[in-house]
Design a protein. Structure first.
Length: 157
């Protein structure tokens, strides 16, 4: 998916295609989480797109299966900018850590550039209402504390 984002993208993606990609990613995460699996490295480069632009989660090198839905790490793994800050602090990865990363990916995909860190970005003012609402949702998925983040199933619901 990373090659479809940004100024080098051969054909800009429509909002509908972007939403379909995000729904596919969320469904993949929901499937992993249903088995107590935390990916720990959700980012555009780890989401592959097939010829129909359907997202497939890839790179399971950091995946861990924990007791219930908790993975305790001896050191924090993942990609800076996408890793949940709460995971950095506690070294405990839960599905909410993947939700945070999914929120950052959502911002990256809808903005077609590196994700923003604060909502007060002048470029957001030019976006249409749907994209603006998606940006607000994605930011809520990166909320602190982690308990205030929804599950992937809730996002899909």
């Amino acid at each position: 998916m990373a090659s479809w984002i940004g100024p080098r993208c051969p054909h800009p993606l429509s909002v509908c295609v972007r939403l379909d990609i995000l729904i596919g990613m969320a469904r993949g995460l929901e499937y992993l989480h249903s088995f107590g699996i935390v990916h720990r490295d959700i980012k555009p480069a780890n989401s592959l797109l097939d010829k129909n632009m359907q997202a497939k989660i890839a790179d399971f090198g950091l995946v861990r299966h924990g007791e219930g839905t908790l993975v305790i790490a001896t050191r924090v793994m993942g990609t800076p900018g996408y890793v949940d800050p709460a995971y950095y602090k506690s070294q405990k990865a839960t599905p909410k850590a993947d939700v945070h990363s999914f929120g950052v990916v959502t911002l990256t995909l809808i903005m077609a550039r590196k994700a923003i860190t604060a909502f007060k970005d002048p470029q957001l003012e030019a976006l249409d209402d749907l994209v603006l609402r998606m940006a607000k949702l994605a930011l809520s998925w990166t909320a602190m504390p982690t308990a205030s983040r929804p599950s992937i199933s809730r996002i899909l619901g």
